[in-house]
Design a protein around this ligand. Structure first.
Ligand SMILES: CC(C)(COP(=O)(O)OP(=O)(O)OC[C@H]1O[C@@H](n2cnc3c(N)ncnc32)[C@H](O)[C@@H]1OP(=O)(O)O)[C@@H](O)C(=O)NCCC(=O)NCCS
Length: 196
């Protein structure tokens, strides 16, 4: 497997990435990119300097997945968005490799933080179907995974849960905020204590 930077004028690569975006989000977020056109539009946005998109390909140059990141907070923090692995190639390390490659790319910038928002629109976690007010942090600290929500994937890569937007997608459908430090001092002290 190899990681390349997305070439936004490579129509074949863009189409493969767009199809994967649609397929990967179809089960839990069918309205995110409902058509090939909407998925291609998402990819077109990755031509600017304030964006990074990395693509995982196999030895036959077949795209397996891709990850995007958007420069925010004057470059001090980047938002990971989106991350999609082709469903038949999930749970084979592709997603982890893409995120590691993104972290490596961002380590060459002034960024301190990589963060992301991950929705729970389909009762995939214990935060769903609840009124999280007035103490959302209490529920957040006890979060459990009910149906393959990706927050656990990110925890395994060293992200922390740093917040929640209650009802972001309608009542009982929150959006979960996760962050990972890119600062050498923080990552070194996390590995001292056995955390990645
Ligand atoms: C989430 C996603 C990117 C993960 O990529 P992947 O290539 O399947 O994941 P990996 O094989 O690198 O998994 C790494 C670890 O995370 C775990 N993991 C992956 N997806 C998980 C999930 N949904 N729930 C719980 N654990 C998960 C794996 O079991 C593995 O654990 P291990 O190291 O103990 O064996 C991929 O499943 C995907 O594209 N899902 C649909 C789109 C999506 O949800 N994107 C993220 C939106 S924020």
């Amino acid at each position: 497997m190899k990681i390349l930077t997305l070439d936004p004028v490579d129509d074949a690569m863009v189409k493969q990435c767009a199809l994967i975006l649609m397929r990967a989000f179809k089960q839990h977020h069918p309205l995110a990119w409902p058509t090939l056109g909407s998925a291609k539009e998402e990819l077109t946005a990755f031509s600017g300097e304030d964006r990074i998109a990395l693509v995982a390909i196999d030895s036959q140059t077949q795209v397996l997945g891709w990850v995007g990141a958007i420069r925010q907070y004057a470059g001090h923090a980047w938002e990971l968005h989106p991350l999609a692995v082709d469903p038949p190639r999930q749970l084979q390390g592709v997603g982890s490799l893409l995120v590691q490659a993104l972290l490596e790319s961002l380590s060459k910038t002034k960024a301190s933080t990589l963060y992301l928002l991950t929705d729970d629109e389909n009762s995939q976690t214990s935060l769903a179907d609840l009124n999280l007010y007035p103490n959302p942090m209490t529920q957040l600290m006890g979060i459990t995974n009910i149906n393959h929500h990706p927050f656990e994937f990110y925890l395994k890569l060293g992200f922390c849960i740093t917040g929640v937007i209650p009802d972001a997608n309608g009542p009982g459908k929150p959006d979960i905020l996760m962050s990972k430090s890119l600062l050498k001092s923080v990552t070194a002290s996390a590995s001292d204590t056995g955390h990645s």
